[in-house]
Design a protein around this ligand. Structure first.
Ligand SMILES: [Zn+2]
Length: 145
């Protein structure tokens, strides 16, 4: 029987191009960590993107499209209602905050943020990456600490 997760992802996959304008770290998404129809993140093409991402109002934001905005905090409308709603949903459901991520990037820079994320999302038991969308490690099933 083929294992569901034969390719294991480490926190070393976390890089600048995997951080979406909203502050989401796409490496932590189950759409990226799955093997079948793997999504390559918000900054890449729509191929294999989960439907909730292709229709994401932030990804499709006209402000982001028409300018060279890398992160939402550079927008004149920041933080807009839709970003606040997304942040609220993730804080409640997944204990992760886009607004905190963006604040950190704004203050300390993207490199520092990436280093922090590599520590935060590394499974302390097996050493592979944790998914923000799952309560336990998808590789060794250990509870997130
Ligand atoms: Zn693990």
């Amino acid at each position: 029987m083929k294992s569901k997760t034969s390719i294991k992802i480490t926190v070393e996959s976390i890089s600048q191009k995997m951080i979406a304008p909203c502050g989401m770290n796409c490496c932590l998404c189950i759409g990226y960590l799955r093997e079948k129809e793997k999504c390559n993140g918000c900054n890449e093409s729509d191929e294999n993107k989960p439907q909730y991402c292709t229709t994401c109002i932030i990804k499709n934001c006209e402000e982001i499209k028409k300018s060279d905005i890398h992160f939402c905090y550079t927008c004149s409308k920041y933080p807009c209602k839709r970003l606040k709603n997304l942040d609220k949903r993730y804080k409640t459901k997944y204990e992760m905050s886009m607004l905190e991520n963006l604040q950190y990037i704004k203050e300390k820079g993207i490199e520092s943020f990436i280093e922090k994320e590599k520590e935060r999302w590394k499974c302390s038991v097996c050493g592979y990456i944790l998914s923000v969308h799952r309560k336990a490690c998808i590789y060794c099933a250990s509870e997130k600490i």
